[in-house]
Design a protein. Structure first.
Length: 429
């Protein structure tokens, strides 16, 4: 970790030096357009030097007015003699009766006002720079300043300025080497962390391999995250939680289908409700997505709608024999008796078979009604008396209405409706 800190400091020092060199160059002999900094943002020491150095702002050199803080930091390293002269001038020009504190005291007040007025701007200043935005923005400022020099007729200055920009490549190579060194150190640290947390990592992997319940995987993964193992392992733990969630969700959906089948097809309402309650306890994390409570309420409603007396009847009688009897009744066109028996069978463990057979009954009944309608319609077509023909047409529609009213579950309902609409149009002619 000490090596990482040293490399980071080296990288920061190189970056600061490069930024100072580039930005100080922007000052040149002419003020850069996009590098002006408001007076209230200067550090207190710089404000003191300005106020002490001269009482007239016009006497301040142009470079000192417009150059950013970075150029002021770099200046002592390159021109110490000038600084000594500036200090001498400052001592001469400063009136003895003028207190310096007045100028300095106004800066903190303005700074506090700015912090209160623009918290978003302060957040942006503290945020880490984005290389894909910071470097292009700096390059654009350099190009803009060179273009400004050119438009002012200072072609030589513009050329010299851009040439300084072009020879920055060695410094860039140094940055890349520093970045590579840091990446190598970071990689070693991650490898050490991975080895340290390997037992917990393998435990999570094995839990997902055997499709352990999501709640257990999530608990183990959260334990790993709480140890702050590093970004890569934190992301690994989150990914494993997602895998466990999806696996458990698929199994839960299949189990829900089985529970519903017990209630809907086999009329095992008590057993289905108990399994649903156990299921709810085991899958609290999926309550919202699976609507488990709604399933429990649905099973209870089915149980309430089922005749309890009929359920007791099948405890002593064989539902299979009753199903055979229903087939015989349908074949004999004893539809009412077959309907009564099948409704009773819906309370047995053959509920699904009874419901399917009920559809067969409904279709058989509706086909019989359609056949009767066809016969009455044929008679109406032969009738020459208009009044009698109309009566026959009404009689032909009646069996269709019986089908729609008695067995709305029939798969023939659409055909029956089409037949009825046709007869009504014929009768209106």
């Amino acid at each position: 970790m000490n090596k990482i800190a040293k490399n980071v400091k080296k990288f920061q020092g190189a970056a600061a030096l490069a930024a100072a060199t580039l930005l100080s160059a922007c000052a040149g002999g002419t003020p850069a357009v996009s590098t002006e900094v408001p007076a209230q943002n200067y550090p207190e020491n710089n404000r003191t030097e300005i106020s002490e150095g001269t009482s007239n702002p016009q006497e301040i050199p142009v470079a000192q007015q417009n150059a950013p803080e970075a150029s002021q930091v770099a200046a002592p390293a390159t021109k110490p003699a000038e600084n000594q002269q500036a200090t001498s001038r400052k001592e001469v020009a400063q009136p003895e009766t003028q207190p310096v504190a007045k100028t300095v005291e106004t800066v903190p007040c303005e700074s506090r006002n700015n912090e209160q007025a623009a918290p978003a701007a302060l957040e942006e200043q503290t945020a880490p720079p984005d290389p894909y935005q910071a470097f292009p923005a700096l390059a654009n400022q350099i190009f803009l300043h060179a273009d400004t020099l050119y438009k002012q007729g200072k072609v030589d200055d513009a050329v010299a300025y851009l040439q300084r920009f072009r020879i920055i490549k060695p410094l860039w190579n140094q940055w890349e080497m520093t970045a590579d060194s840091l990446l190598q150190e970071f990689g070693k640290t991650n490898a050490e962390l991975a080895k340290q947390f390997e037992p917990l990592v393998m435990q999570i992997i094995n839990m997902n391999r055997v499709q352990t319940a999501y709640s257990m995987v999530a608990e183990t993964a959260d334990s790993l995250i709480s140890l702050a193992p590093g970004d890569s392992l934190v992301q690994f733990a989150k990914d494993q939680k997602r895998v466990a969630y999806e696996n458990t969700l698929k199994r839960a959906q299949k189990e829900m289908t089985t529970i519903k089948t017990m209630a809907e097809q086999r009329a095992q309402f008590a057993e289905a409700e108990q399994r649903a309650l156990d299921f709810q306890l085991r899958h609290r994390d999926f309550e919202e997505q699976l609507k488990i409570q709604a399933m429990i309420d649905y099973i209870r409603s089915l149980a309430q709608a089922t005749d309890s007396e009929a359920a007791k009847y099948w405890e002593k009688n064989d539902p299979a024999e009753a199903m055979k009897k229903a087939d015989e009744l349908i074949a004999a066109k004893k539809y009412d008796q077959a309907k009564e028996l099948l409704n009773k069978l819906k309370a047995s463990n053959l509920r699904k078979e009874a419901m399917d057979k009920y559809i067969v009954l409904a279709d058989a009944y509706c086909n019989a009604q359609r056949k009767e309608t066809s016969q009455l319609f044929a008679k109406a077509q032969k009738q020459k008396d208009a009044a009698k023909k109309k009566d026959l047409m009404k009689s032909a529609i009646a069996p269709l209405d019986k089908c729609l009213g008695e067995y709305p579950e029939s798969t023939l309902n659409q055909k029956v409706l089409d037949n009825k609409n046709f007869l009504e149009k014929e009768m209106a002619k």
